[in-house]
Design a protein around this ligand. Structure first.
Ligand code: SF4
Length: 243
């Protein structure tokens, strides 16, 4: 994809504003890649506190990864029930573990470090339940590969501001935004974190705090009256998708 230079400048402008607002952060996540990967699967449409409880309860009830793999499905589903859609996530986790043990002999993801970014992405996204978001979070946070996770917050804010098209999916936004950004892991980590925080704290789904927003003068959604239209939209619950 050929990057559009004026859009590149706009993306850079928005990112610089959020850099100043939130500060540059070092790359960090959970210390163990397995925790990062399983935690990201559990986190889909789930609060951080509920994800942490689900992971902790699972590890207390099934202390080894072999025990998680071999647990009765309903027992594993019960252990992670604080996460939303546990009946969907439990089979994903067991399938991942079965595949890892069969292929690598243990629940160890360190081999991903020696793969190219493309190879590592392909390996992860071939597994059921592991979508682009989950794969990119693991590869960026733990292996410092130059990829860009686009979760629901990053997707919403970049779409409202007009950095991606109004109908572009989060899946397409991964490659589209990445094509307009330097392939630098620290920069991409901060881009992800800052847009994520902005979506959580300022540009929330139903009640964006546009008056307090540092992106307001460049935001398509605000400039075209989107905030007012939003207040008349009924609240609806979203269905699960691949994390
Ligand atoms: Fe979101 Fe409003 Fe800021 Fe636009 S101006 S990014 S809609 S909070």
């Amino acid at each position: 994809m050929q990057p559009d230079s004026s859009l590149t400048a706009r993306i850079h402008d928005a990112h610089e504003r959020l850099n100043k607002l939130y500060g540059i952060q070092p790359i960090e996540g959970y210390s163990d890649p397995m925790h990062e990967l399983i935690g990201t699967i559990l986190s889909h449409r789930t609060t951080h506190a509920a994800e942490v409880t689900a992971y902790r309860t699972m590890r207390e009830r099934f202390p080894t990864w072999e025990q998680v793999r071999d647990a009765p499905l309903d027992a594993l589903t019960d252990a992670i029930k604080t996460a939303n859609y546990p009946e969907v996530k439990a089979p994903y986790i067991q399938h991942l573990l079965t595949h890892l043990f069969r292929e690598q002999g243990s629940a160890n993801l360190d081999f991903l470090d020696s793969l190219s970014t493309e190879e590592a992405m392909n390996w992860l996204t071939r597994l059921p339940g592991i979508g682009l978001k989950t794969a990119t979070i693991l590869l960026l946070f733990k292996f410092h590969k130059p990829v860009l996770p686009v979760d629901t917050h990053v997707h919403r804010v970049t779409q409202r501001v007009g950095l991606i098209g109004p109908t572009m999916s989060a899946e397409k936004a991964h490659t589209f935004l990445l094509a307009h950004l330097p392939k630098d892991a620290l920069l991409l980590f901060n881009f992800h974190k800052h847009f994520y925080w902005h979506g959580q704290r300022i540009c929330t789904w139903y009640f964006p705090k546009c008056r307090d927003c540092i992106l307001r003068d460049m935001c398509d959604f605000y400039q075209t009256g989107g905030t007012a239209r939003l207040s008349s939209t009924p609240v609806r619950k979203k269905k699960p998708t691949t994390p």
